[in-house]
Design a protein. Structure first.
Length: 274
């Protein structure tokens, strides 16, 4: 498999007035075309920062990100993004269909091709109950349904790389499970490459082929754990299997330890000010 995404020596230091915060140092990671990678790590370790750098929304302080061989300096074509705050990312005055279609307008596609792509994306979501909601407005939908619209909009681009930052954290447990399975189905259907940031270690193991653990402090990637579970996964059977339990324990152990093997000290506003 060829590498679609190359993150090489990426570091980030935030500077604001008299204080600087070094968040990432020397992150090296490569993601192959078609892979599903989950990115986990203690709160504040820089997962969102890394995702924004990969998306071309934030410049790295050191190092470089390459997408399909080209350095990322702005949001590249072929990239889709889904963030947690779906409520803010949808246009309240546009219908579901119009929200999904909107980004496609900037791709210079013919009207017919655009309609085709939108129909296809909505089609994919039909099975989980969005199809009939095409003419509704986002504010008429539940949180879970709104997040489905945000996902539909991202996949309507047919992105080669889909970045997701805590996309399911604002919904209830049942909806979360449904959305997880929706994303797994879309990944298989479109053959996209997915990088998912999540706090939920079980979710990371359940969905991905590889869990990458980011460390805190002066560290980059702390562990890179292949998830060798069968490709066909199912919420109850997979999560209760012995290999799943072993993997979640391995990931947990890494998340709770600093790079030098000591238990991880939680980063607090006070420690950051020090
Ligand atoms: N614009 C900014 N200016 C200064 N510091 C920032 C800025 N954005 C983020 N930070 C700091 O950088 C650190 C990493 O933040 P980031 O959101 O990337 O971490 P995270 O791993 O995604 O956290 P969480 O898991 O809690 O969402 C935090 O300590 C945060 O306070």
């Amino acid at each position: 498999m060829t590498s679609l995404l190359e993150i090489a020596g990426v570091g980030k230091t935030y500077r604001a007035r008299e204080r600087t915060v070094e968040v990432l140092t020397a992150v090296d990671l490569s993601v192959s075309e078609g892979e599903f990678v989950a990115l986990v790590g203690p709160s504040g370790c820089g997962k969102t920062t890394l995702l924004k750098i990969v998306a071309g929304l934030l410049p790295a302080t050191t190092g470089q990100v390459r997408f399909d061989g080209r350095p990322v300096t702005e949001p590249p074509a072929g990239l889709g993004v889904v963030f947690q705050e779906y409520g803010r990312s949808l246009y309240a005055w546009k219908t579901v269909r119009q929200n999904v279609e909107l980004p496609l307008r900037h791709l210079g596609l013919s009207r017919a091709r655009r309609r085709e792509l939108v129909a296809d994306a909505l089609d994919a979501l039909d099975a989980v109950g969005l199809g009939a909601a095409g003419d509704a407005y986002p504010w008429q939908l539940s949180g879970g349904m709104q997040q489905r619209v945000a996902i539909a909009r991202a996949v309507a681009y047919r992105p080669r790389l889909l970045l997701m930052d805590e996309p399911f954290s604002a919904v209830d447990a049942q909806t979360r499970a449904d959305l997880e399975d929706l994303v797994a189905a879309l990944w298989k259907r479109y053959g996209m490459t997915i990088v998912l940031v999540t706090h939920d270690i079980d979710e990371a193991v359940y969905l991905s082929q590889r869990v990458v653990v980011l460390g805190t402090g002066v560290s980059g990637v702390q562990a890179d754990i292949p998830v060798d579970l069968p490709a066909d996964r199912e919420q109850i059977g997979t999560r209760s299997s012995a290999p799943f339990g072993e993997l979640r324990t391995r990931v947990w152990t890494q998340v709770r330890r600093t790079p030098d093997g000591e238990p991880h000290a939680r980063r607090t506003p006070e420690s950051e000010m020090a």
